[in-house]
Design a protein around this ligand. Structure first.
Ligand code: PLP
Length: 354
């Protein structure tokens, strides 16, 4: 009781939105608990097709394909798309699911230094192959930093490469209309493939997707193993995501409210003397350095009613331990201030602050 959650990916607070919950209940009642089938046998209902159409419209892409999770979307794309004659170039800090997806494909693999455009260009020059795909998180989940997509797209154009982005920590709230990192950085027409999740800002239930050119989506329906061989998304989950997208396409007010609270938290914490990694993103890593300090401070925060988690090696590099705070639209200004006050008290107690 009375504990405030500051460590969920529920950026827009939609997992508890009454309309999202009602949409799930209605879908459950109308379409049943589940399909007991993969999509291509008897696992496709009108709501699956409608959601795919809505996702494509939201991202202004030609088509979309649903998966049970974004982990599956990432596991299923590289192998389906790339041959041993191709190459994939991946940021070294990409999410584990991208790394695993790339492991499954037979393309030539290159790992470039985190957001290092010189290194990416060198690797693009090295990769003298038929087709090259640059793969990056749009927003990186550990640091809250944003991929330099303009520069990546320029390099991709120069070397005739495709660009893939994972938008799990961007869809629904980054950019003027919440479309994501590509909208924020003005490259919606240059990024070819987007993978994202329905399990964070878009209602928080589960599910993932790929959106992009129609021929690519058609290919995934034929070849992508997690799509072909895993159960179709349950109607209640489809109902949540579909309603979440409706709400976001109607108005950007929820995303704007989250952005204002993020700003409030970041500026108050910085004024209190903390170092917050990243910029303008609701992932606000409070950098502490020492793993034990991060753990004991997180524990003390919980004693003060604030639920946050310390991250240390091997989840983040040695010496870069932190408490990762995530802001949500459902936090009130008072909640944000309570969190900052608790951090200040706990920081002083453990000498993380003077
Ligand atoms: N990609 C990124 C960047 C993520 O942070 C996550 C989830 O943590 C995933 C992919 C996997 O998403 P899902 O939970 O839908 O499998």
């Amino acid at each position: 009781a009375g504990i405030l959650n500051f460590c969920a990916n529920n950026y827009l607070g939609l997992s508890s939105h009454p309309e999202v919950i009602r949409a799930a209940v209605e879908a459950l009642e109308k379409f049943g608990a589940g399909l007991s089938s993969v999509r291509f046998i008897c696992g496709t209902q009108s709501i699956h097709k409608d959601l795919e159409e809505k996702i494509a419209r939201f991202h202004q892409r030609e088509d979309a394909i649903l998966y049970a999770s974004c982990f599956d979307a990432n596991a299923g794309i590289f192998e389906a798309l790339l041959t041993p004659e191709d190459a994939v170039l991946s940021d070294e800090l990409n999410h584990a699911s991208i790394i695993d997806g790339i492991r499954l494909c037979k393309a030539n693999k290159y790992r470039y230094k985190h957001m290092d455009m010189q290194d990416l260009e060198a690797k693009l020059q090295d990769a003298q192959v038929q087709r090259r795909l640059v793969a990056t998180d749009g927003a990186f989940s550990m640091d809250g930093d944003i991929a330099p997509l303009r520069e990546i797209c320029q390099l991709a154009q120069k070397y005739d490469a495709l660009v893939f982005i994972d938008e799990c920590h961007a869809t629904g709230f980054l950019g003027p209309n919440g479309r994501g990192t590509d909208e924020l950085l003005g490259v919606m027409d240059k990024v070819t493939i987007i993978n994202s999740t329905l399990g964070k800002a878009l209602g928080g239930a589960a599910g993932g997707y790929t959106t992009g050119p129609k021929p690519l989506i058609d290919l995934l329906r034929q070849r992508s193993r997690p799509y072909l061989f895993s159960n179709s998304l349950p109607p209640a989950v489809v109902g949540c995501a579909s309603k979440a997208l409706d709400l976001l396409m109607e108005s950007n007010a929820i995303a704007q409210s989250m952005a204002a609270k993020t700003q409030r938290f970041r500026s108050k914490m910085t004024a209190a003397g903390f170092t917050i990694s990243g910029k303008d993103h609701p992932i606000c890593p409070v950098m502490l350095g020492d793993a034990r300090l991060a753990a004991v401070m997180a524990e003390d925060m919980l004693n003060r009613g604030i639920y946050v988690i310390g991250f240390s090696y091997p989840v983040v590099p040695k010496g870069k331990a932190r408490i990762r705070v995530q802001i949500s639209a459902v936090h009130s200004d008072e909640d944000i201030d309570r969190c900052v006050e608790a951090f200040t008290e706990v920081g002083r107690k453990h000498r993380a602050l003077p």
